[in-house]
Design a binder for this molecule. Structure first.
Ligand SMILES: C[S@@+](CC[C@H](N)C(=O)[O-])C[C@H]1O[C@@H](n2cnc3c(N)ncnc32)[C@H](O)[C@@H]1O
Length: 215
């Protein structure tokens, strides 16, 4: 599916998020707080756009994804990023090599969520951190209703006009509705072995940033 949407992926993000995607990326960069020289794994990095803030901070960022279509598009746009092919549930990295692991809009798309969370823990050093940026559930009921209408009714026709694969955006809407809410995702982090999970809502809970630490 991601091979098919790769060429217009970044443009579609900006349009469908009504410009919010750029703000969410800045919030992820602040939550990861990568320092110069740190090793950061950006998992399910797609075209690598989510990896750029870490490179700008002077960290050594490894963008990793299993869609060769997304990686190829990323290579054209960001030739200096070390884009790496790899499956989130069987990562091609040794134990404990990263100071931080982050994943933006990727975890919901990985079929074996717990397997991916455990792999992310394995490749992080003790005391290292994980930051997950993912669509979530607005907390204020009236906004939740409006947003649900946007997802199910407005988003598919807009996606038809900008994306090469509108069905991917029907999947997007359905997968967001089925995704665990903020406390449930924190519980999943804990059961995968991560400590002190906490979260922050962005755009009223349309997106949540979860952060946790390796014991
Ligand atoms: C919505 S894109 C997110 C891309 C990027 N992180 C961003 O914020 O723009 C989701 C990505 O997850 C990747 N993905 C899904 N399952 C994966 C897996 N098991 N291993 C690695 N990547 C995976 C897809 O190939 C896709 O590029």
């Amino acid at each position: 599916m991601f091979d098919g949407v790769a060429a217009k992926y970044d443009l579609t993000n900006d349009v469908l998020s009504l410009g919010q995607a750029r703000l969410w990326r800045k919030a992820v960069a602040r939550a990861v707080n990568a320092r110069a020289g740190e090793r950061v794994l950006d998992l399910a990095a797609g075209t690598g756009t989510s990896s750029l803030p870490f490179q700008a901070a002077g960290a050594y960022v490894v963008p990793c994804d299993f869609s060769l279509g997304m990686l190829r598009e990323g290579k054209k746009r960001h030739p200096r990023l070390p884009l790496t092919a790899g499956d989130a549930t069987r990562l091609p990295f040794a134990d404990g090599v990263f100071d931080a692991v982050t994943i933006s809009f990727g975890l919901r798309n990985i079929q074996d969520t717990q397997g991916a969370l455990r792999e992310m823990l394995r490749v992080t050093r003790p005391g290292g951190r994980v930051v997950i940026c993912e669509f979530s559930h607005p907390t204020w009921e009236p906004f939740r209703t409006v947003y649900s209408e946007y997802l199910m009714r407005a988003l598919p026709p807009i996606a038809t006009s900008v994306s090469s694969n509108p069905d991917a955006y029907v999947y997007l809407a359905e997968s967001i509705r089925a995704w665990p809410d903020q406390p449930r995702l924190a519980a999943r982090l804990r059961s995968a072995g991560w400590e002190r999970p906490a979260w922050r809502n962005l755009t009223g809970g349309v997106v949540a940033l979860h952060r946790a630490y390796k014991p």
